[in-house]
Design a protein around this ligand. Structure first.
Ligand code: PFF
Length: 447
């Protein structure tokens, strides 16, 4: 740990961890999942999961990362040297990072495409059917998506090669607050549209009868996905956090800002979708058709559209950096590969998988697994299985394998900070979170 680079400042860690958390998961995936799972029912379950499982799991990952000072595979091995099996959590994480990066870059490719269209003011004056038709054409094209995905993965690798503090911190610090500002402006616009009442009541009014096993697992997967949990990403970040930094306030700040951005995205998208006649369960189109329609209705629409999609690309980039960092750190620390080579190998691997994922979106695709196209299969398998199982094993490790005294020691910076909540947090990590995650996983098998 001694010679490992630490984040430059307190704000730097929060900015980098929030940069990892805030991304396409909040603005594209959260509305998709909420729309497909009944709106308000999903939202209330999601909030409960963030508080009861997300926050404690985030703290667990920070503690494991900082205590060990290592990548996820090395961390579990270092903290439990006598029982080698725990390293599997780290391997699951490396696998999840790859799979997520592949389909994530597909969506990031659409975002870059939207930046290009915004620059030439392409959306101006178009109606819904044309924008929808264009989006579907994009999915069916071969080269254009591959080019934008390639650009995205290249940019990710470029920042990684430059190193942690200089790379990640510099970009995420200034830009995320601007994204927040634009979302607030969009919310105000959306709330004045004729469909605002319907949209808001769909999104926020809970109908408890709609809470099913599928809603629970989707909300759990989405919470872990959005907070970058369950795959060791924040273990990696934890290993860079300085010993004097307060883990609780960092985790709170990240959870609150991530959830706030997701809620704002919902408040922007659902009223607009109801106004323009886009179904809430429309999936990929929900963000990529509704938003250009919304910009078309705004004074200064050209400017907002361009800046928004640019910032969304950057938000996606600060998340993909954290995804790629997981295999890179594994290769450099465990297999002693140079950082540059590790980045190049990982990026090429992710790119190949990403091309398969985006080609699988063609209407007549043979690229299917279990009835889903590769894109959907990667998304579903990684978030509803790998992240949830990874998260479950992580809290079990912390609650039942690591010594309680070691947890408290790391969590309170060797007793230097007094954290009133520490007993409750430990209780949740040890009992509530493992039971709740297991129950949610089991409900999938009961019909
Ligand atoms: N949390 C990111 C988002 O919401 O866009 C995606 C992500 C990043 C997931 C890093 C998992 C991860 F480890």
């Amino acid at each position: 740990m001694a010679n490992k680079e630490n984040f430059g400042s307190k704000f730097g860690i929060i900015a980098a961890a929030a940069g990892s958390a805030i991304g396409l998961g909040n603005i594209y995936r959260f509305p998709c999942e909420a729309g497909a799972n009944g709106g308000g029912a999903f939202f209330i379950v999601y909030l409960a999961i963030v508080i009861l499982m997300g926050l404690p799991l985030m703290l667990s990952e920070f503690v494991i990362g900082r205590r060990s000072g290592k990548n996820p595979v090395g961390a579990f091995k270092a903290l439990a040297p006598e029982s080698k099996g725990w390293g599997v959590i780290g391997y699951l994480g490396v696998l999840a990072a790859f799979l997520i990066l592949a389909f994530y870059s597909t969506v990031a490719g659409w975002t870059i495409d939207a930046v290009g269209k915004s620059i030439i003011n392409y959306y101006h004056g178009l109606d819904k059917d044309t924008i929808q038709g264009d989006f579907n054409n994009l999915m069916n094209e071969s080269w254009q998506p591959i080019l934008s995905e390639g650009i995205f993965i290249f940019l990710t690798a470029f920042v990684i090669v430059k190193g942690v503090t200089k790379g990640i911190e510099k970009y995420s610090k200034i830009l995320m607050p601007i994204l927040l500002g634009i979302l607030i402006v969009l919310c105000i616009k959306s709330l004045t549209l004729p469909g605002a009442g319907k949209g808001i009541s769909f999104f926020l009014k809970p109908d408890f009868s709609k809470i099913t096993g599928k809603v629970l697992i989707s909300a759990l997967g989405q919470a872990f996905f959005s907070l970058s949990l369950g795959m060791g990403c924040l273990i990696t970040y934890g290993s860079y956090i300085a010993k004097k930094d307060n883990l609780t306030s960092t985790a709170f700040a990240v959870c609150i800002s991530d959830t706030l951005i997701a809620i704002l995205a919902g408040i922007v998208i659902f009223p607009a979708a109801f106004t323009f006649g886009i179904r809430p369960e429309a999936g990929n189109e929900l963000a990529f058709v509704t938003l250009p329609m919304l910009f078309n209705q705004m004074v200064g629409g050209y400017f907002f559209c361009l800046i928004f999609f640019l910032l969304l690309t950057i938000a996606a980039l600060t998340s993909s950096i954290s995804l790629l960092e997981v295999p890179v750190l594994y290769l450099t620390e465990q297999l002693k590969t140079s950082r540059k080579k590790a980045t190049i190998y990982s990026a090429i691997g992710a790119f190949v998988l990403c091309v398969i994922s985006s080609e699988s979106l063609h209407a007549d695709t043979p690229l299917k697994l279990f009835g889903l196209n590769v894109f959907e299969a990667l998304d579903t398998f990684s978030s509803t299985f790998l992240l949830t199982v990874g998260g479950l094993l992580t809290v079990i490790f912390l609650g039942w394998k690591m010594k309680k005294a070691d947890f408290y020691d790391e969590y309170t910076n060797g007793g230097k900070v007094n954290i009133g909540l520490r007993k409750i947090i430990y209780f949740i990590i040890k009992f509530i979170a493992p039971v709740a995650i297991t129950v949610i996983l089991i409900t999938q098998f009961i019909k």
